[in-house]
Design a protein. Structure first.
Lengths: 293, 357
């Protein structure tokens, strides 16, 4: 039983990292309707920035996170402006291939700057864990990750429901043309979405690498895909959906690793996704919109 | 040559002729040692990627389903092909016959995998289909990583090693038996029997199958389903059936390409057929033009050789590749940039008009 609870906590904290990435993914997908394959690589850039800030510049941990959020936010906006905005009216495949190009670019640029040898990321979060959690080997990072994830989700829900920009985002995701007619600046709204998504990716990058300390140019690729899976799982475009999807995915992965096979853990995660999509084609919390003539 | 009067037939025959001419030229260059040794090793992989591009174009371009797991079928074909060729090594001495058998077996198994995966995948559309096909590609990779296969005089020995604890010793091979696939290490010690000529023949076969399928009644039905699902359904076409035909044929061709690819290297692991390989082939298809087989062939050949040609940039070559990829997408899809190119070069204007027909 003790072991089970330990695996459960593991799953929840891993799932919270996925959830933070998935929240960014789901915002971007909800509005730009594009599979942003470069999202995972923004995570990697965020982790590298934080790594450099602490090890080379000697900045304190919290400052390195702030710096990495700022850099990634700018990076996200620049990527959107240079690569995705010119293709706003193009087909989805053209945008997808461009996103893949951006992903290659970020990975190879990172390899040129920081080299292919993995860096050993020292965890930024260290504080004594309270006794009732320490008996299940819950780490400080896990606690911070879960709390950060909850704050981010609640913050995003409040932001999209109450602020002017948040309402503009929801309007754009419903119908861009109609939103434009109502005076919403669509380009600015999409930029803002990319800024938020990339900023969240930076936080996720730092937490991910505090959790598993190997940092290399391809670090972001698999978490990126898994987070997208989590977003689809929960119902893409839905903020609580991304949260639920991320947490469930983390728990399934941790349990599969512990009880079934560590080699097949990823496969089991993907298999669950397939089953869920077959039963509920729009994901757990997504709205199913039937096709009309 | 009356049949060449038909415009579509003429187009197809120009494609066939182009492939044949290209093969003869490259073969001559190889025989006269004009092509450097480093590039000669790329010949068979290039043909494999061309076949992969043709096959994926059938799903993405003709049937309109964005599949991101195509490397999975290549993987299935590759490993079944390797097992076939290796286990028959003593029974059939001729490498050509073994290669043909390997490609057939690879195609059959990949088609089977295509059918099984198609059942759930083809119930979805758009981005959901993309993510589920990606998931299947990763699942195939993980499953193949768990396989340990060996052959001896009693036949094939297969272990599915889920916990990652077993080794080739658990196969209990008889004297003279060979271990063919060794779990996560993949297949090693494979006799390399693939040849450039075989690759050329496979390209021709794939082209004949795909082009004839596209021009047939079935092909028109597939495209009708792609263009408007509801309209196609309302005239009595079964959307799932026609998308399934495209998916399975495409998987079979990818399996044959995989068998050719697998038997070209002495060492091959399942991790080589991951998401990135699927994406690589998708890039060929999109840059070559959706539904345009000739474009797929040219794009696959150029883009496989491009990283080699960019050798002089050494470390920067993949960076250059990424930038080229982004710029090509921007210049071919952005309305303003497209207009700019057409103004600069009147020839493009004519081509654009021809595309519009």
């Amino acid at each position: 039983m003790n072991a089970f609870i330990q695996f459960l906590f593991n799953g929840i904290s891993l799932g919270s990292v996925y959830a933070i990435i998935a929240l960014g993914y789901t915002m971007v997908y909800g509005i730009a309707k594009m599979l942003n394959f470069a999202h995972g690589d923004v995570i990697m850039v965020g982790a590298y920035i934080s790594f450099c800030a602490t090890s080379y510049l000697g900045m304190p941990g919290w400052a390195s996170v702030v710096l990495s959020v700022i850099v990634c936010t700018v990076l996200g906006v620049v990527i959107e402006g240079l690569a995705y905005r010119p293709l706003r009216d193009a087909g989805p495949l053209a945008v997808l291939i461009t996103a893949i190009g951006v992903s290659y670019f970020l990975q190879n640029a990172a390899q040129l700057i920081w080299g292919a040898t993995p860096k050993n990321f020292t965890s930024l979060v260290t504080f004594p864990v309270p006794g009732f959690l320490a008996q299940y080997k819950v780490s400080a990072v896990s606690i911070v990750t879960v709390i950060a994830c909850l704050i981010i989700m609640v913050g995003l829900m409040w932001f999209t429901a109450n602020t002017k920009m948040g309402k503009a985002m929801r309007a754009c995701s419903e119908d861009k043309a109609a939103a434009q007619l109502m005076g919403v600046n669509v380009n600015k709204t999409i930029s803002m979405t990319f800024a938020i998504g990339s900023g969240l990716a930076a936080i996720a990058g730092v937490l991910l690498c505090s959790y598993s300390p190997v940092l290399k140019p391809t670090t972001g690729a698999m978490p990126g895909i898994k987070a997208f899976t989590a977003a689809v799982f929960g119902g893409i475009g839905s903020i609580p959906g991304a949260f639920v999807g991320g947490i469930l995915l983390g728990i399934i992965e941790a349990m599969a690793k512990a009880y079934i096979s560590s080699n097949l853990a990823n496969s089991i995660v993907f298999a669950v996704l397939i089953v869920v999509l077959l039963i509920k084609p729009a994901g757990l919390l997504g709205k199913y919109v039937p096709e009309k003539v | 040559m009356g049949f060449l009067k038909d415009k579509v037939t003429r187009r197809d025959f120009i494609t066939y002729a182009g492939v044949i001419v290209a093969f003869v030229i490259v073969q001559l260059l190889v025989n006269t040692h004009v092509i450097p040794y480093s590039l000669r090793g790329q010949l068979v992989p290039v043909t494999c990627y061309i076949v992969m591009a043709i096959s994926l174009n059938l799903v993405v371009g003709v049937a309109g389903d964005l599949s991101l797991g195509h490397a999975g079928f290549m993987s299935v074909g590759s490993f079944t092909g390797i097992v076939t060729a290796m286990s028959l090594a003593s029974a059939i001495p001729s490498p050509v016959v073994r290669l043909v058998l390997a490609m057939i077996v690879g195609a059959v198994f990949a088609a089977l995998a295509g059918f099984l995966i198609g059942l759930p995948v083809l119930r979805l559309r758009g981005d959901y289909l993309a993510i589920v096909s990606l998931a299947f590609g990763e699942i195939i990779k993980d499953l193949v990583n768990c396989l340990i296969v060996g052959a001896d005089s009693h036949g094939l020995h297969v272990i599915f090693d889920m916990a990652g604890t077993k080794t080739i010793n658990d196969l209990n091979l008889a004297e003279g038996g060979v271990a063919i696939i060794k779990g996560a290490q993949g297949a090693s010690g494979t006799t390399t029997i693939s040849t450039f000529a075989a690759g050329f023949v496979l390209i021709m076969i794939a082209l004949v199958i795909v082009l004839n399928l596209v021009r047939s009644r079935t092909g028109r039905a597939i495209m009708a389903v792609r263009d408007n699902k509801i309209a196609a359904e309302s005239v009595g076409l079964s959307t799932t059936k026609y998308r399934m035909i495209a998916f399975v044929v495409s998987a079979a061709i990818a399996g044959a390409a995989g068998a050719l690819y697998g038997n070209n290297f002495s060492q091959m692991s399942a991790s080589q057929f991951d998401f990135n390989t699927s994406i690589l082939v998708l890039v060929f298809v999109v840059l070559g033009g959706l539904g345009n087989m000739r474009g797929s062939i040219i794009a696959a050949a150029l883009l496989t050789i491009l990283p080699e040609a960019l050798r002089q940039f050494s470390d920067y070559r993949m960076l250059v590749y990424a930038i080229v990829l982004i710029l090509v997408m921007l210049f071919t899809n952005n309305p303003q940039l497209k207009a700019l190119i057409q103004r600069l070069n009147p020839r493009f204007r004519k081509e654009a008009a021809a595309d519009g027909e």
